[in-house]
Design a protein around this ligand. Structure first.
Ligand SMILES: Nc1ncnc2c1ncn2[C@@H]1O[C@H](COP(=O)(O)OP(=O)(O)OP(=O)(O)O)[C@@H](O)[C@H]1O
Length: 262
């Protein structure tokens, strides 16, 4: 298992918007980090940089000892496979079955796209897809079209699809934002159970401060592109987390506990 180290990352887009400004922190293997911040604070940009969809303008992002910002697409591919993504809007293929959606999760590990189509997939892959669906409690819905599921069920399918990848790291971008409170809790409970049982590293963007406090071991806060909070559980209150959502907040009172993680 590898640590993820973000070193002095700045990202300025072509139109001059600086989304991240000199951001540094390390996520240790197996750590459960909640990333918080107001709309536009840079959370998604940071995720895109960590998952290789955006290149930082300066700084480096290490996966273990490899600087992913300098790797070619080909060299980055095996690392990309270790990064499982869960999105707010699930990103399923809605006119395909639940089973087929989960099989697609193996695409990065399979030799060709064809190997992940249900009629071409090996028995081994098919069995694994059913195991992943079973883990999220949806094996009985394998044959149903993805668009005929509730939001909570769709997110569970997305989690099963991610498990097909055998990820080391889970990057969850507001995984419960599209769900009602009850379904959201169920998804968080399931996601956290899975990351704990597999000792996965997780970085999860959340807007719900109570949920964040319940699940996070560590809280990283961004404000206008800057890292303004890095605290472990027990060091931070709901009120302090809430100040991250006020663009006018001043953060001088927060110590960045990052030093304790380095
Ligand atoms: N491709 C882009 N080109 C120009 N500016 C961008 C681009 N992507 C994001 N930004 C800007 O960068 C800043 C950070 O955006 P980002 O989406 O990372 O924030 P966020 O914290 O994820 O917000 P939200 O909670 O609303 O998803 C914003 O000002 C946004 O408008």
């Amino acid at each position: 298992m590898n640590a993820i180290t973000v070193n002095n990352v700045t990202k300025t887009f072509r139109d001059g918007t600086t989304a991240l400004s000199d951001v540094s922190f390390t996520v240790n293997p197996g750590e459960g980090v909640i990333l918080l911040g107001h709309n536009g604070s840079g959370k998604s940009t940071l995720f895109k940089c960590i998952s290789g969809f955006e290149k930082p303008t300066s700084g480096e992002i290490l996966y273990g000892d490899k600087d992913i910002t300098r790797l070619s697409k080909r060299k980055f591919r095996p690392i990309r496979k270790k990064l499982g993504m869960v999105f707010q809007n699930f990103h399923l293929i809605y006119n395909l079955s639940v089973f087929q959606n989960v099989l697609f999760g193996a695409m990065g590990n399979s030799k060709t796209f064809l190997h992940t189509l249900s009629f071409c997939a090996s028995d081994e892959l098919r069995m694994k897809a059913m195991e992943c669906l079973d883990r999220v409690g949806l094996a009985h819905l394998a044959g149903r079209r993805a668009d005929q599921l509730s939001g909570g069920q769709q997110q569970r399918v997305a989690i099963a699809r991610m498990l097909m990848q055998d990820p080391e790291v889970v990057l969850a971008d507001e995984p419960i934002a599209s769900l009602d409170p009850r379904a959201g809790r169920e998804v968080m409970e399931l996601l956290w159970e899975i990351v704990r049982e597999r000792h996965l590293t997780v970085v999860c963007i959340l807007h719900q401060t109570e949920v964040a406090l319940e699940y996070g071991e560590r809280f990283i806060g961004l404000h206008s592109g800057k890292l303004v909070m890095d605290q472990v559980q027990g060091q931070v209150s709901k009120e302090e987390l809430s100040t991250l959502y006020n663009k006018e907040s001043s953060f001088e009172s927060f110590s960045k506990a990052g030093a304790s993680h380095e």
